[in-house]
Design a protein around this ligand. Structure first.
Ligand code: PRP
Length: 207
């Protein structure tokens, strides 16, 4: 039995579609369904918040996971990262008011990514106050909570609708398949099979 932790939200549907193309079908998932077994009974999916996927996989509760590179960089978890799934492609950016509102004093940055934000501004020698939020980060500049934000951009619609534009791209992100180090040894055969099937699905080869 292989347990796969799947990030809920933006990449969930694409992750399930990709797994189905790799021959692992969990059927349709509802928002409230937190776990599911596939038709073969050989795989279980658990659906958790994106930031929790590296935790479940690093602790071995899940053997594998599907989650964004942004989350993996932020978590600094010790995992194997064998495959870029090419789903949920987006960018982590610094964004600010399109009207170029100036800050007074130390730059305040609202973000769900304090580690990556601290790293980015630290490398540039820019002292910043990091304001950690859990979501709807784009509201912060308009409400005067922060001067700029560090957040994900996929279509750019949320930025536009909140009067923000990209100042700099920090890094690119997409969905990654990750594996617990011990599981990779102990369950080498089924995990390698799954990895190969996913690799073929990503390349467009039918299962
Ligand atoms: C993400 C991200 C942006 C938005 C970007 O939020 O944090 O807010 O999507 O997408 P877009 O460029 O296509 O508009 P998510 O939907 O994950 O929810 P959150 O705001 O609660 O984090």
């Amino acid at each position: 039995m292989i347990t796969i932790a799947i990030a809920k939200g933006r990449m969930q549907d694409d992750a399930l579609a990709l797994l189905a193309r790799a021959g692992v079908c969990f059927g349709s998932s509802s928002l409230r369904c937190l776990s599911s077994s596939d038709e073969s009974g050989e795989h279980t999916a658990i659906f958790v918040k994106p930031a929790d996927v590296p935790v479940y996989v690093e602790y071995g509760i899940a053997d594998c996971g599907i989650v964004g590179r942004d989350i993996l960089l932020e978590s600094e978890a010790d995992l194997l990262l064998p495959l870029d799934l090419g789903i949920a492609q987006c960018r982590l950016v610094v964004a600010g008011r399109a009207d170029g509102a100036q800050n007074r004093g130390m730059l305040r940055v609202a973000t769900k990514y304090p580690v990556l934000t601290s790293d980015y501004f630290g490398k540039r020698g820019t002292p910043v106050e990091i304001i950690r939020l859990s979501g709807s980060v784009e509201l912060a500049p308009a409400l005067g909570l922060a001067d700029v934000i560090v957040d994900l951009v996929e279509t750019g619609r949320t930025l536009r609708e909140n009067g923000l534009s990209v100042i700099d791209v920090i890094t690119e992100s997409s969905g990654r398949f990750v594996v617990n180090r011990a599981s990779y040894q102990l369950k080498a055969k089924p995990i390698t099979q799954l990895l190969n099937a996913l690799n073929q699905a990503v390349s467009g080869v039918p299962a």
